[in-house]
Design a protein around this ligand. Structure first.
Ligand code: URA
Length: 247
């Protein structure tokens, strides 16, 4: 683990700007492993070192949980390719070496999908939520290319509830989707809840009934709903209450 500047770490922990932290180092007792430090550039190992400010321990190992309203045209990847990644939407204060190594996505959304995307440093939570044994619900708002008649809507609802056969795509084999629930909002818009996360799953489920997704947005995971106040491309830290909705 690369070492990080003390001022950057403290800024990330909410102690203010780097300028504020220079002042803090002069006016407060900031200890690293029990030794008072005045140098804002002092190198700290976030994994091992203990930091305290006026006797209060700074918890550097606290997990971080973020909810983003992902916009279209951003890829869910850490790699710089032809497209910007969702990590490019994060603030500079989240670009510490520690977070660069630990912060990851809880599942992915396609480049043209919007909506609820979770980032965390908590590998255990991620494992629990994305392992094939996890059947956490994911609800999507789906915009369809072709209008569906009431009869065909009822037919699709029945097929999705029974578990529809989904065809292969790219290198992925076909599969039988787990039973899923659909609510029709109008003849081209529906809300679909699925309990797994296979490659292009929602798009492939609608392809299997002869339609095509033209707009897709994830609006909830488990009981956790996308915050309606969160603009596209913005993110916020999850509260403990939010977390209880997905654990
Ligand atoms: N299903 C899809 O087809 N795409 C997504 O991004 C998410 C679910």
């Amino acid at each position: 683990m690369a070492k990080e500047r003390l001022d950057k770490l403290l800024a990330h922990e909410g102690f203010g700007s780097r300028k504020d932290i220079r002042k803090l180092l002069r006016s407060c007792e900031v200890l690293v492993n029990g030794k008072q430090i005045y140098d804002p550039g002092f190198a700290v190992d976030a994994e091992k070192d203990n930091i305290s400010v006026d006797g209060e321990e700074v918890n550097l190992h606290k997990n971080l949980y973020l909810m983003m309203n992902k916009p279209q045209h951003y890829v869910c990847s850490t790699k710089e390719g032809d497209h910007e990644t969702v990590f490019d939407l994060l603030d500079d204060s989240l670009r510490t070496p520690y977070l660069q190594e630990k912060l990851h996505l809880v599942g992915r959304l396609d480049m043209d999908t919007e909506g609820l995307l979770l980032f965390t440093t908590d590998g255990e939570l991620t494992h629990r939520l994305i392992s094939p044994k996890s059947h956490i619900s994911k609800t999507y708002l789906c915009g369809l290319e072709h209008a569906e008649t009431a009869e065909h809507q009822a037919e699709i609802t029945k097929q999705f509830e029974a578990g529809i056969e989904v065809g292969p795509e790219d290198n992925e084999q076909g599969f039988t989707a787990q039973p899923a629930q659909i609510t029709w909002l109008n003849d081209t818009t529906a809300q679909l809840t699925i309990y797994e996360g296979k490659y292009h799953q929602v798009k492939r489920m609608f392809a299997a009934v002869g339609n095509k997704i033209v707009y897709l947005k994830r609006i909830s995971m488990g009981q956790l709903k996308l915050d309606k106040e969160l603009e596209l491309g913005k993110y916020k830290e999850l509260t403990d209450k939010d977390l209880e909705l997905i654990v």
